[in-house]
Design a binder for this molecule. Structure first.
Ligand code: TYD
Length: 200
């Protein structure tokens, strides 16, 4: 299975990725974890540039940088792992590009989907979990950590990110929105319940 976990900043996706991995492994499955952007030598360099590079990056370049990192990740990690019969859980994937650079950044969703299809070689998640947290909760959760370039984009941008996730999920049935304001054990159970339906 190919599972992705996305959501606004501070939604707890990285914790949930590891909990889900433990659970799938306890069922005897082989699981590979990755993160987007990142997860390869090229991807980690691109991640560093796009999040903390301190250079001017226009909207289209931003979209393409995330895309470049992703295509390398699919080529090096995701596709070979799926072909080897392993489960893959990615911390973010294409929907983050669509939501951050499209819904919030103002780029055409159709254009991002088109380039996304090339970048992912058409490989899309079997299930895309979206952990939903309102803007105010997100701000409180990340209050004490150093902010990267995306996290500095302000209230309006991040409210559009949240709405973008909800809107896009409505149109694409393999995305499942889970309320992530509740304690993380409850979120974990909800994720398991969702994934169980897809297990083969
Ligand atoms: P993430 O790895 O989730 O950072 P953190 O764990 O520090 O929250 O994602 C990095 C940031 O990049 C996050 O703010 C979302 C953003 N992003 C995009 O804008 N477009 C994309 O295509 C992806 C994958 C992430």
């Amino acid at each position: 299975m190919f599972i992705t976990i996305d959501g606004g900043d501070g939604c707890g996706k990285t914790t949930q990725q590891h909990r889900l991995c433990d659970w799938l492994q306890s069922l005897g499955r082989e699981v590979v974890l990755c993160r987007d952007p990142g997860g390869t030598e090229l991807g980690d360099k691109v991640r560093d540039i796009v999040l903390n590079g301190g250079v001017e990056i226009c909207n289209v370049a931003e979209m393409l940088l995330f895309m470049a990192s992703r295509t390398q990740l699919v080529d090096e990690v995701i596709r070979p792992s799926i072909e080897a019969g392993k489960d893959v859980i990615s911390d973010r994937f294409l929907i983050s590009n669509i939501v951050y650079q499209g819904y919030a950044g103002g780029m055409s969703i159709d254009a991002i989907e088109f380039i996304g299809n090339i970048a992912t070689f058409g490989i899309m998640p079997d299930v895309g979990i979206i952990l939903d947290v309102p803007y105010d909760v997100s701000v409180k959760r990340i209050r004490n950590r150093a902010k990267d370039r995306m996290e500095c984009k302000g209230e309006e941008y991040h409210k559009q990110v949240r709405n973008g996730f909800l809107e896009y999920a409505k149109k694409n049935p393999f995305y499942v929105v889970i309320d992530a304001v509740v304690p993380f054990e409850e979120v974990e159970l909800e994720i398991r319940k969702t994934i169980r339906k897809f297990l083969v």
